[in-house]
Ligand binder design. Structure first.
Ligand SMILES: *Cc1c(COP(=O)(O)O)cnc(C)c1O
Length: 367
């Protein structure tokens, strides 16, 4: 049996007619930039996130950069984020000119260790970018409490967490702004790069929209230099079709996660924790295995693709060598980076395929 890490083709084949029709309409209308397809997706996605406004942008990295810039983050400021994420999170902070301050992750949730947040805050701290890693919401109620006390902005990195919830509240509704990626492999994916910012602050929404569109209020009236980072109408039309299926897909992901959990609980792998009241949307299904590299190689030989998200904590990448971090500064992220293994997960994965992954992993994983 051959099992890829994600299978976008299966998803496309399931919704081919709707997608093909949506693409054909955009082309027939030659409505490529802005216009009704973008506006109607933005409206639907804001509602999906229980936010008032959605601004479509070019990708998820730009979404974080634009939201931070719209909040006034600039050179001389500090922005806190977590050591284990994709580089886009810290890169977007760097793009504003601000200094990124990393803190370790929590061993249960893999998300930012809120207990370490207070000690990382200085008088220069302007914002925190919590990441809802793998689809598991960060502890937003606690983060909000601390951020409010210190007058710090929150920009959620929700690139992996479309539809995740805490006590029935959607991610995207906790911070001053939240940023989503629609990279093809994300839970809601376009057919190329795309992203969005959601917020319920009207002024902030207007500022984001201006930055994303050359700093303009209307055509040829530019009040400052922005960037060109817009959601293409083709992607918007595709995303509108897919958004209608997203809840069902998320429920499938959660069912697959429960098959994995039931099957792997007694083996030498640590399945992801489920926190009461937190709705994990399983963008990735990440287990921990002591002999990770050998297990991964064995799975590969048996046709099972896996991933490592991520093999090196951000502060230890060459890109951040100027921060001068040493081994041991982020003990949890460092230890986990050697044990984590992302198993195949996508809504169309069958129970027989999950069984095949589990029986092989059980054989290969050792304590
Ligand atoms: C994918 C991702 C991003 C960036 O999104 P792009 O659309 O690829 O720019 C940011 N943060 C996290 C955690 C991601 O997984």
């Amino acid at each position: 049996m051959k099992i890829p890490l994600v299978d976008l083709k299966r998803q496309y084949l399931g919704i081919k007619e709707e997608i093909d029709e949506a693409i054909a309409s955009v082309i027939a209308d030659t409505a490529f930039i802005g216009g009704k397809y973008v506006a109607s997706f933005e409206e639907a996605f804001a509602a999906f996130c229980s936010a008032k406004h959605c601004i479509g942008v070019g990708n998820g990295t730009d979404a974080i950069y634009i939201a931070l810039r719209a909040l006034g983050i600039t050179r001389g400021d500090e922005v806190i984020t977590v050591a284990n994420s994709f580089i886009a999170t810290s890169e977007a902070i760097g793009m504003t000119g601000a200094k990124v301050v990393f803190i370790d992750c929590d061993p249960q949730s893999y998300n930012i260790d809120v207990g370490k947040l207070r000690e990382a805050i200085t008088e220069r701290t302007k914002a925190i970018v919590p990441v809802h890693l793998y689809g598991m919401p960060a502890n937003m109620p606690l983060i909000r409490q601390i951020a409010d006390r210190h007058g710090i902005f929150i920009v959620e990195d929700a690139a992996q967490a479309h539809g995740a919830e805490i006590h029935g509240h959607r991610v995207g509704s906790f911070g001053h702004a939240a940023c989503f990626s629609f990279f093809p492999g994300k839970n809601l994916g376009a057919y190329g790069d795309a992203g969005a910012i959601v917020t319920s602050d009207e002024k902030l929404a207007r500022q984001c929209r201006m930055i994303a569109n050359h700093g303009r209020i209307q055509k040829y009236d530019h009040s400052f230099e922005g960037v060109n980072s817009r959601l293409d109408a083709l992607h918007a039309a595709i995303l509108s079709v897919k958004l209608k299926h997203l809840e069902a897909w998320t429920e499938h992901r959660r069912a697959i996660a429960s098959w994995y959990r039931n099957r792997l609980g007694s083996s030498h792998c640590v399945p992801p924790a489920e926190t009461e009241g937190f709705r994990h949307v399983y963008h990735l299904y990440v287990v921990r295995v002591k002999n990770r590299d050998a297990a991964q190689a064995g799975l590969h030989e048996r046709g099972i693709a896996t991933g490592i998200h991520y093999p090196c904590p951000l502060p230890h990448l060459s890109a951040y060598s100027h921060l001068g971090h040493a081994t041991g500064d982020f003990p949890v992220a460092e230890a986990f980076s050697k044990e984590i293994l992302s198993l195949p997960i996508y809504p169309e994965l069958t129970q027989a395929e999950v069984e095949y992954v589990c029986s092989n992993l059980e054989e290969l994983a050792s304590s």
